[in-house]
Write a protein that binds this ligand. Structure first.
Ligand code: SME
Length: 157
């Protein structure tokens, strides 16, 4: 069992608006991958020129570009909504980067009310993401949005 209260304290202090956003996103990817049970991939895809591009992540090498509306990530982006997929094999158009993945959660991240990237989390366990996870990852996404708004270095690359 994951202690989400303790983990939130770590996540909140790790996500520091004073540091470069890429460093924040790399560190939170690793925290998610290694501090929560049954997670095989966690990371970010950035919306650049109308395509999602692979950003900082922790897990096996993944597909580099995802068009808007494709896969779980591109669908979450297009609909600007959290997508919780209990069985990826039942999701039409799912893009399999790690063949061990069985369930997936994708959360759009906003800057100035527009989606700029998505947080993608994969699990080798069916139906891995419940209320505790939705709550924790929702708070994490909000903290990331706060950091991005406070430190816009990334968007000047
Ligand atoms: N499964 C995702 C692709 C990204 S990987 O899971 C890292 C999708 O269907 O969009």
């Amino acid at each position: 069992m994951t202690d989400y209260n303790a983990l939130w304290q770590s996540a909140e202090s790790l996500l520091d608006p004073q540091v470069h956003p890429l460093s924040n996103l790399a560190n939170i990817s690793a925290l998610i991958r290694f501090s929560i049970t049954d997670i095989n991939w966690s990371g970010f895809y950035f919306l650049i020129d109308d395509v999602l591009n692979l950003g900082p992540f922790c897990g096996l090498p993944a597909c580099i570009r995802i068009p808007v509306g494709r896969g779980v990530c591109g669908t979450a982006l297009q609909q600007d909504m959290v997508l919780c997929v209990p069985d990826v094999h039942a999701f039409s158009g799912h893009i399999a980067c790690d063949c061990n993945s069985r369930s997936e959660l994708v959360i759009p991240i906003h800057l100035d009310k527009r989606v700029v990237c998505v947080l993608d989390i994969d699990s080798p366990v069916l139906n891995r993401f419940g209320e505790d996870e939705l709550d924790f990852f929702g708070k994490t996404a909000q903290r990331i949005e706060y950091c991005l708004a406070e430190n816009r270095t990334l968007w000047k690359l």
